[in-house]
Design a protein around this ligand. Sequence first.
Ligand SMILES: N[C@@H](CCC(=O)N[C@@H](CS)C(=O)NCC(=O)O)C(=O)O
Length: 356
Amino acid sequence: MSAAQEVPATAGSTADASLLLSGVPGSPYTRKMVALLRYRRIPYRLIQASRGVPGLPSAKVHLLPTFYLPGVDGKLEAVTDSTPLIRRFEAQFAGRHAVPIDPALALIDALIEDYADEWLTKAMFHYRWRYAEDIHKAGLILPCWALGPMDDATLQTMATSIRDRQIPRLRFVGSNEVTGPVIEASYVRFIDAFEDHLRGHRFLLGERPGAADFGVYGQLTQLAHFDPTSMALTLQRAPRVYAWVGTMEDHCGLEPTDAQWLDCTALPATVTALLREIGRVYPAAMLANAAALQAGATEFKTEIDGKPWVQQAFPYQGKCLAWLRRDYQALAPDARQRFDRALAGTGCGPIFGMAD
Ligand SMILES: N[C@@H](CCC(=O)N[C@@H](CS)C(=O)NCC(=O)O)C(=O)O
């Protein structure tokens, strides 16, 4: 029996005002959103299911997590995509905001969140489906999380089927013999830079978490705490990063203040180092993807960190780039100046149409 079938018929009741969502522990974006809801003290009901919930609407593209939110007519609609959902909840629920007050810092936060969602996830998928020990573990555990009780023979069948489905999908994220070492080297540099930052700071952009923290946390729930190869690497090189992931799960007891955000005009060197790491790999992928989409190509080829890179083009990542650029264009002149200065020399500029 699937976990979804065990959901009570009242699951979609709109009488209960708590937010309804479905997802599973092996989905980084589910973990991102559950941690955000906890931190923001937004009441929620998580249905642990991976293939839709009987009686509830389905999204056009089935993704985890899926939120079931009242539409204009009051009927529940299936809504996906964590980044715009975080902004929707910022407008809907007061206090304990995850988007920094200074629009310049908010855009840095959005950039790091986007890097986590769209680039770090390559490392997540790569480590999970590249190495024997990781494939073995994910094959056994993901079906248990998604489907609930089953006998040994069924579990073995499900493990084989998920491995057979996911391993060929590695090429979708761009992981292959040529790009694998680029992905791994970038993960190592990221955790080294984040470890360095965590020597003096509690969160990415201050003493309170932003959307970027939740994005990074989501991917690290898997990379640092689940998949054996990347977990061992993280433990060995970055104990603070490993520990941080444990703390991010539930920050409902934190009492954030406005003064806890970093000052965008005086970012610590460790934030600039993280931005430099992002600038080293991420703009090349985003810009080549956007160019391919514009040309109607299904694949893009570029160079990332001095090595060739080939992968399928993703319309969603084209949208992410457009959102970042829209938010940059919307900055008032003083905020834009603060933002430009913070980004100078990091290599992230081309994402926003700047020379560097
Ligand atoms: N942009 C989405 C990405 C969500 C996503 O890719 N979820 C994965 C699981 S972590 C998924 O549902 N993949 C399709 C599948 O597993 O069938 C978000 O931010 O929520």
